[in-house]
Design a protein around this ligand. Sequence first.
Ligand code: ZN
Length: 277
Amino acid sequence: MTTTPLTDLSRCCIHTITTKPWTFREAAENYARAGIPGITVWRDALDGISPKEAKTILDDHGLEVVSYCRGGFFPHVSNADRQAAIDENRRTLEEASALGSPLLVLVCGAVPGQPLTLSREQIRDGIEAVLPQAEACQVGLAIEPIHPMYADVRSAINTLSQANDLAESLDSPWVGVAVDVYHLWWDPDLQREIQRCGKNGKLSAFHVNDWKTPTEDLLLDRGLMGEGCIDIREIRSWVEKAGFNGFIEVEIFSNRYWEMDQPDFLEQIVNSYYKHV
Ligand code: ZN
């Protein structure tokens, strides 16, 4: 059984990367004008502005920061590189805090050629090492399981089951999980793992977009909701049944859409949000 369409934009959030051609200020102005209340800020969007200045811009436009993207990338071959990653994550948590973000999304990382099991141990150690900083900054960490096609370089955490296991074993109120339909739609255990995640109070974020057939670029050809084969509304019904009623975050990396007129693209996002989410 699925659920009813959304009738307003009160839970809508857009990731700045979705409208990458816009400057941070342009994104804030345009989202606010379109009646979108939430924004997830990518680090690269802050090019040249401090997190504090960014917060002022968002406050001026009545926008709520949903998440900061992104931390993670803990696994490395050398000790020194692993330590540098931990230090970088600590700095990222400070930025998230200055921005007023309640959450930092983690793309956990992987190293080509290094066993995934070892990368997973390094991920766990890395998250454990930054947990005191997360608590000090009052910023939660959201482990985002990433589609297995990226298991070589982006993340050794590829299913919601793995993310749930990791979040549970870390046993901290500052660690949760981000569910992104692009990464997880194919998983036969998805409904059950979403329930598990919600039951444990670990469901921190919900990202939407679509999987195109064919996908022409592994990274930069995500679809707009309704353009691909993901039953987003059904997954939303599972997420809500698991107790999640937070922001629904539109996260699309797409060369095609970045080439478009961005105000037109934003209009398409809003239409497809109503129609397919
Ligand atoms: Zn995502």
